[in-house]
Design a protein around this ligand. Structure first.
Ligand code: FAD
Length: 297
């Protein structure tokens, strides 16, 4: 189906983009990679009268290290993140996640800012960025804001953004030395959205015990979920099989999935437990300096 007719703008500055968004209010939408918005428009589930494309605005894309964090311009494409050696070495969990988003065409166009603004409960970036403690910077006619990820994504397909507010940057703190992360997604077929996914970031102490840990679950709730009780079971503990099994069961209990074409509630909870144990093992090996590839075997 063709989208409903709309007026298209492609401003060269962020200020002009925000002026246009302020002027047209709820009738206008930001266009980034178009990988979620355009399909919705074709299905007429979204019918904005005005589209404001961010593509020509300089300085909205790119990856760089900045004072203990890695900064991503909101328009940074999934493919740029996948190819970044900085991301692969410092944020392997994020590399795992971008590498399994859709297919090559989607990764070439889709952006980090668009993924977060779209807030798909089965999106791959939110669980990872939640576990990594990412913050998001925005700009609107009212000024700048910085939000934690859990403040930005408030419900399924619902981000706390004003109609003239643009995500400009995502900042991810660089995990301390001796830590590692892993993200695992179970999909029905390559390129599909997750049935369930788990991201774990941990630090391993010199004696081999677990230090700090953050666990986030994807596709098993209206937003990504921090499994805080499972984290508490493992934090500052020497982890054996029995404890890991208990923590995996706890993570399954903290999931809040709904039954849909991808699976039943029981099946998704079961997947969370399995992915949890596997992700924990890979994150631990990475924390101890081992290179582990989750994507190609
Ligand atoms: C077939 C298919 C398979 C996919 N598979 C996956 C998958 O496996 N995993 C996954 O995570 N994703 C998947 N996606 C989604 C993909 O990652 C999209 O790139 C992403 O969801 C949206 O990013 P975008 O840049 O394309 O945003 P757009 O489609 O341009 O915009 C999406 C929404 O965000 C708003 N928006 C965009 N940028 C900003 C900004 N900077 N500030 C404020 N609002 C903004 C738009 O107004 C719109 O409401 C898939 C998409 C398709 C079509």
């Amino acid at each position: 189906m063709y989208p409903q007719a709309f007026e298209y703008f492609s401003p060269e500055t962020l200020e002009s983009a925000i002026d246009l968004l302020s002027k047209y209010g709820e009738d206008a939408k930001v266009l980034a990679g178009g990988q979620s918005l355009i399909p919705l428009m074709k299905l007429r589930l979204a019918s904005p009268k005005f589209l404001v494309n961010l593509d020509r605005i300089q300085g909205l894309s790119g990856i760089e290290e900045q004072e203990g964090a890695i900064s991503f311009g909101a328009l940074t494409r999934h493919a740029e993140i996948e190819e970044s050696t900085l991301v692969k070495s410092k944020l392997p969990m994020l590399h795992d996640a971008v590498s399994v988003i859709g297919d090559v065409q989607i990764r070439n166009l889709g952006t980090i800012g668009g993924s977060l603004a779209h807030a798909d409960p089965a999106g791959d970036l939110a669980p990872v960025l939640l576990a990594l403690g990412a913050r998001v910077n925005t700009l609107s006619s009212s000024g700048k804001r910085t939000l934690k990820l859990e403040e930005l994504i408030v419900d399924a397909y619902s981000a706390d953004l004003g109609s003239d507010e643009v995500i400009t940057q995502v900042l991810v703190p660089i995990p301390q030395a001796g830590s590692g992360g892993a993200y695992l997604k179970f999909e029905r077929r390559a390129g599909d959205f997750a049935v369930a996914s788990v991201g774990i970031q941990i630090s391993v102490k010199e004696d081999g015990s677990c230090g700090d840990i953050a666990v986030a679950l994807g596709a098993v709730g209206v937003t990504a979920i921090r499994a805080k009780k499972a984290e508490a079971l493992l934090r500052e503990k020497r982890v054996d099989d029995a404890l890991l099994k208990e923590a995996a069961a706890q993570a399954s209990a903290e999931a809040d999935p709904f039954s849909d074409i991808r699976g039943s509630v029981e099946y998704k909870r079961h997947l969370v437990g399995v992915l949890f144990r596997r992700a924990f093992a890979i994150a631990s090996r990475r924390a101890q300096g081992e290179e582990v590839n989750t994507v190609h075997g």
